[in-house]
Design a binder for this molecule. Structure first.
Ligand code: ADP
Length: 382
């Protein structure tokens, strides 16, 4: 079809785009440009006529993973269409020399025949604004869900208490308590994250018996899972040697391990096994490795570095189903680092993930130093 024969979007849609300060192009589903607004022409250093009939892909490099709406064409879903992508735009600078500009691209359908692409230069501020709006929407969702449930069950108890059997009332009260606990966890996580941001977390190091600590963590995740879904999870725990002691802040270590085991349970099927192992690192007897391994959905390898970022959650159907704020791993990594340790993750999609935390071992010297501090604190003299 020649340019002259090609149907154009309604005139009023185009005149709206004329006014936009963002660059906007209208493309057919095969990616042919049929219109570029003045802001886009200025950004790309091209004139409007020169743009027409040219393929968008000849001037714009799309995300390499191919999940961009422009690659999917008419099959793209609403969610994919509103996704923000990064890309590179070929522009000509003032000396007519070719240059590449980093841009952010947003797509939206225009009728059934065309798509509008909004294209703006990328700036760090954009990332911050995006992170901020992700934060607000995640946190408000995470607050609203338990609050709605607490209010609903409290209302029912207030109005129908006389008609309800005792075990039903107890069930409702348990739900209210679980949801209140969830809110407390959320507020604690937000507080810890903000303290970590301001480097205000205090640590009290001491030798912590690892087997007892891990048993406590597994017990508490089991209790939480059972109260939520009435399902028991299968755990395997190996601590070698059994009297292994780690040099850490006990409460912070518990938080790190709770987050990892909690995630392993959240992101894997109820019938699968979560394995937890702890041992001395063979090549460094001053270090202890703790591994939490699940048989869950896994994480795409390319996204592994991002999972430790504040508020980051992997885009997947699980994100909607599973409670979360994207704070757990940020807190886990920050606390591990503050205790002198390191954390890493390995994952195979569809097969599961393994998180490994390396921490300092409570060596005899550290145990002795701790014993002396305790003795001195009790007023003793060495
Ligand atoms: P959340 O509160 O969302 O669980 P986290 O910071 O703990 O936040 O984890 C960040 C994201 O990393 C999660 O949203 C999830 O997408 C992914 N993730 C973390 N642990 C696992 C795991 N064991 N298996 C699969 N995905 C995981």
């Amino acid at each position: 079809m020649t340019q002259a024969q090609m149907p154009l979007p309604p005139r009023d849609s185009l005149s709206l785009l004329e006014q936009l300060t963002s660059g906007a192009v209208v493309v057919t589903h095969s990616g042919q440009i049929i219109y570029g607004n003045p802001a886009f022409c200025q950004l790309a250093h091209r004139d409007a006529d020169g743009l027409k009939a040219c393929q968008l892909s000849s001037i714009l490099s799309l995300p390499p993973n191919g999940d961009c709406a422009l690659c999917l064409g008419a099959e793209a879903s609403e969610a994919e269409l509103s996704t923000l992508h990064g890309g590179f735009l070929q522009v000509e600078n003032a000396n007519d020399a070719p240059e590449t500009l980093r841009v952010k691209i947003k797509h939206s359908p225009l009728g059934s025949e065309w798509m509008i692409c909004l294209i703006d230069p990328f700036s760090e501020d954009t990332t911050l604004t995006q992170a901020h709006s992700d934060f607000v929407s995640t946190v408000s969702h995470e607050f609203r869900t338990p609050l709605t449930s607490i209010k609903g069950f409290a209302d029912t108890l207030l109005h129908y208490s006389a008609q309800l059997p005792d075990d039903e009332k107890r069930r409702f009260l348990n739900i209210i308590k679980d949801q209140a606990d969830r809110l407390i966890r959320l507020v604690e996580n937000l507080l810890t994250a903000s303290k970590l941001g301001a480097s205000r977390v205090e640590m009290t190091f001491r030798p912590v018996p690892l087997k007892r600590m891990l048993e406590k963590v597994l017990h508490s995740v089991q209790a939480k899972t059972q109260s939520k879904s009435n399902q028991e999870r299968r755990f395997e725990l190996h601590v070698q040697p059994a009297n292994l002691e780690v040099w850490a802040d006990s409460d912070r270590l518990e938080q790190v391990l709770l987050n990892l085991v909690d995630n392993a349970v959240k992101y894997s099927p109820a019938s699968s096994i979560v394995r937890v192992r702890a041992n001395l690192v063979p090549e460094d007897e001053n270090a202890i490795a703790i591994q939490v391994q699940d048989e869950g959905a896994g994480i795409p390898e390319a996204l592994l570095p991002q999972i430790f970022t504040k508020f980051y959650r992997v885009e997947s159907p699980l994100k909607q189903e599973v409670e979360g704020t994207g704070l757990g791993l940020y807190i886990t990594k920050s606390l591990t680092t503050a205790m002198g340790g390191r954390i890493s993750a390995k994952s195979t999609e569809g097969q599961g993930s393994t998180f490994t935390v390396l921490l300092l071992a409570a060596t005899p010297q550290r145990q002795e130093a701790y014993r002396r501090t305790l003795y001195a604190a009790q007023g003793g003299d060495e």
